[in-house]
Design a protein around this ligand. Structure first.
Ligand code: SF4
Length: 458
């Protein structure tokens, strides 16, 4: 009973977060930067910040995450971090030879007020950035937003610094995949390939943070969108932004900068959201849906109907990132589960709440942004117990105390593996989710069944 002191009674809080339901902006910025081939993320702040960002990603992916830091000490904290960053840029290009350095700010460098555009220009003017190499940056103070908004800011920065528009149009579409796993990015690309569509996806962490062990050290693994691909995104015919919170800003900027029209879709998690993704691809790229995808879809529908009796009226509580929560809520409502609570520490705005209500009904209790933390999520659960919890590793304490099965989705997952390799997006991902849900429900039924009802066939 680690959380035995959580009271049932909910008091209004304004200036206190207890166990946040999010991580800090730079973690998302670092993750996005890794989705650019040959890119070295750089944390402009103290070593402690960078160590935390790297360890969060390393623990989640079980892969060493490379990143550098401006190594602020007292001097930089007082006089600003310009000298540190200019020297860091010089050292990094000399020693590690990346194609791109992606700098994100931290709480400290933002409070000091370091002007990253000016510092990068100074490094350029002093010849610290070799020809053909790039330095990009995103402002990611962590006293606002979350890892999702940090991801969004770095993706936007890729468009700002790297995308170019010429007067020719390239027969390709852009896909901005949102804050999803490398396995999900790979699955989204596979669906696009199956439909015979040419696409540029950025960021793309597949083949970077889930790369194979081959006995050699690769400072820059094979995966990731190349600078050339992101450059050509300005000449694409269309952009599909998956997930409003993580992807809208970059798609909007590409439209403003290069007049590439865009559409925002929910993350393709679950049947309906994947249908919508496939249908939008079909319409915008003038492609047809191949038999192979139709067969995958049919398998999802088959499992939904075969096992519907186990899903029906089960109560669920969700905590995580807004874009994933929207699609998950839709999928769970579609299989006739009752969504009791939806909590995200990311400030996702009124549209998020409206969308969740549309999907799950007025009875769902929603909390987002400031004050929407694991403590509040636990209090909700104490006021009405769900049958299942969906959330990241931190939800395991609540799940254990309340004796409720936990289905791990989202970020971070430190205590299980699989998310790196097996997607939850697309039709295959929907099947995997259904399997996870069913296994949790049936394991619990087996555990609690009296001897006379302990079934062999379920
Ligand atoms: S100080 Fe700010 S940027 Fe650094 S780890 Fe903490 S929350 Fe993140």
């Amino acid at each position: 009973m680690l959380l035995r002191h959580t009271p049932e009674e909910i008091a209004e809080r304004q200036a206190l977060t207890i166990n946040p339901a999010k991580t800090c902006q730079p973690v998302g910025a670092m993750y996005a930067a890794l989705g650019l081939h040959g890119c070295l993320p750089h944390s402009h702040g103290s070593q402690g910040c960078c160590a935390y960002h790297r360890s969060a990603l390393t623990r989640h992916y079980k892969d060493p995450i490379m990143a550098t830091t401006s190594s602020f000490t007292e001097g930089a904290s007082v006089f600003g971090g310009q000298a540190n960053l200019v020297e860091a840029i010089n050292n990094i290009f000399t020693i590690y030879a990346p194609d791109v350095i992606a700098v994100h700010t931290t709480c400290l460098s933002e409070v000091i007020g370091d002007d990253l555009t000016q510092i990068i220009n100074k490094a350029q003017a002093e010849g610290k950035i070799p020809k053909g190499k790039r330095v990009i940056h995103a402002n990611t103070p962590s006293f606002k937003g979350s890892h999702v908004t940090g991801f969004s800011a770095m993706t936007q920065s890729m468009v700002h610094y790297l995308s170019e528009c010429t007067d020719r149009t390239v027969d390709q579409i852009n896909i901005i995949p949102g804050f999803v796993e490398p396995s999900d990015m790979e699955e989204i690309k596979r669906i696009v390939r199956e439909m015979g569509i040419r696409a540029v996806m950025f960021p793309d962490t597949s083949g970077v943070v889930n790369s194979p062990l081959d006995g050699k050290f690769h400072m820059y693994p094979k995966g990731g969108a190349t600078v050339e691909q992101v450059r050509s995104a300005g000449d694409s015919t269309f952009t599909l932004a998956l997930g409003r919170t993580a992807s809208l800003a970059a798609a909007k900027l590409l439209d403003t900068k290069c007049k590439v029209p865009f559409e925002v879709l929910d993350l393709p998690i679950g049947l309906r959201a994947t249908d919508s993704f496939v249908d939008t691809l079909r319409k915008t790229a003038g492609a047809s849906v191949p038999e192979s995808l139709m067969a995958e879809r049919g398998q999802v529908v088959d499992m939904m109907s075969d096992m519907h009796q186990y899903f029906y009226r089960k109560k669920v509580a969700l905590v995580g990132d807004p874009d994933q929560l929207v699609s998950l809520a839709e999928f769970l409502a579609d299989i006739d589960m009752e969504v009791l609570y939806v909590v995200t520490g990311t400030p996702a705005g009124p549209k998020f709440e409206r969308r969740i209500r549309e999907l799950t009904g007025e009875q769902t209790r929603i909390a987002q942004g400031l004050g929407a933390d694991m403590f509040r999520f636990h209090q909700f659960i104490k006021n009405g117990k769900p049958d299942l919890i969906f959330g990241n590793t931190y939800a395991k304490y609540i799940a254990r105390d309340e004796d409720i099965p936990l289905i791990r989705v989202g970020f971070p997952i430190y205590d299980r593996v699989g998310h790196q390799y097996f997607p939850i997006t697309g039709y295959r991902g929907a099947l995997r989710l259904l399997e996870k849900i069913l296994n949790a429900i049936l394991d619990r039924q087996d555990r609690d069944a009296p001897e006379e009802s302990f079934e062999l066939v379920m």
